[in-house]
Design a binder for this molecule. Structure first.
Ligand code: SF4
Length: 232
C-alpha cells in the first residue's frame, strides 16, 4: 500500500463503517495500480459522437459499437448529418447493433432536439441531457464524465453487480447503487471507480462465474468472504 494515497485522501472519506472505509481504500489502491488511466472503451472524437455511441451501446458490446461507428462517423459526424437521415437509412447503417430500430429513432430525434433546443451543442448538465430521447441517467452520466470531465458514477450491469458483490452497496435498485457508491467513494474518484468496476467486471468478476481465485481484492469482497464462511 502506498502511503501517499492515505496521506492525500484520508480526510476525504465520509465517516462511517470503518471496515467499509478500509475496504474501499484498499480496493482503490489496487485499481490505481492495475488501471492507472481508465477510459471509456467507446471510440469518439466529439461529445456528440460519444452521446450517439453511448445510446447505441445499450445491451450491445462496446467492441460492436466501435466497429459500426468506424464507418458511420466517417459519413455522418454531427447533429445536422444525423437529423437529415431517415429512420430507415440509419437502421440500415446500424442494423448489426442490438435494438437498432429503436436506437435509430432515438438518435435522429436526439439530433433534431440538439439542433432546435440546444444550439447544436450537447448539453453539459444531467437535467437537459435526460430530456433527449433515448438518454437516461446512465447515458447522461457517461457523457458528463467522459466528454465534460464531471465526476459521476454511471451504473451499468457491471457496476451494479461488482459493487453489490464487493459489499460496497447492498441494493437491487440501480439508482440506489449510484447514490450509495457516491456516499462511500471519494468524489475525486467517482468516474474512475465507474471505469474500474466495469473493467474488473469484464475481466475477473464475471457475471456467471466470478474468477474469485484469481481476484486480487477477494479479501475485501463480501461475496467471497461469505463463500468461505459457508464452506467452513
Ligand atoms: S472475489 Fe469474486 S466476487 Fe469478489 S470481486 Fe473478486 S471476483 Fe468478484
Amino acid at each position: 500500500m502506498t502511503n501517499s494515497y492515505f496521506n492525500i485522501f484520508l480526510e476525504d472519506f465520509p465517516e462511517g463503517d470503518d471496515n467499509l472505509e478500509k475496504n474501499i481504500k484498499e480496493i482503490i489502491e489496487y485499481f490505481e495500480e492495475k488501471y492507472p488511466d481508465p477510459k471509456s472503451a467507446l471510440n469518439y472524437e466529439t461529445p456528440f459522437q460519444l452521446l450517439i455511441a453511448t445510446i447505441m451501446s445499450a445491451q450491445t458490446t462496446d467492441v460492436q459499437v466501435n466497429k459500426v461507428n468506424k464507418e458511420l462517423f466517417k459519413k455522418y459526424k454531427n447533429p445536422t448529418d444525423f437529423a437529415n437521415l431517415s429512420v430507415k437509412e440509419l437502421q440500415k447503417e446500424i442494423q448489426t447493433i442490438g435494438l437498432y430500430k429503436n436506437k435509430s429513432k432515438y438518435i435522429i430525434e436526439t439530433s433534431k432536439m440538439i439542433l432546435t433546443d440546444f444550439n447544436g451543442e450537447v448539453p453539459k448538465n444531467r437535467k437537459e441531457l435526460t430530456k433527449l430521447p433515448g438518454v437516461g441517467r446512465k447515458t447522461a452520466n457517461v457523457v458528463l464524465a467522459n466528454a465534460f470531465d464531471q465526476e459521476t458514477i454511471a451504473v451499468d450491469t457491471h457496476v451494479f453487480r461488482v459493487a453489490n458483490r464487493l459489499g460496497l452497496v447492498d441494493t437491487a435498485k440501480r439508482d440506489q447503487v449510484e447514490q450509495d457508491l457516491m456516499k462511500v467513494v471519494p468524489g475525486d474518484y467517482w468516474t474512475k471507480f465507474h471505469h474500474w468496476l466495469i473493467f474488473h467486471g469484464r475481466e475477473v468478476c464475471k457475471a456467471r462465474t466470478p474468477l474469485c481465485n484469481e481476484c486480487k481484492i477477494s479479501s475485501n469482497c463480501k461475496y467471497f468472504q461469505n463463500q468461505i464462511k459457508e464452506a467452513n
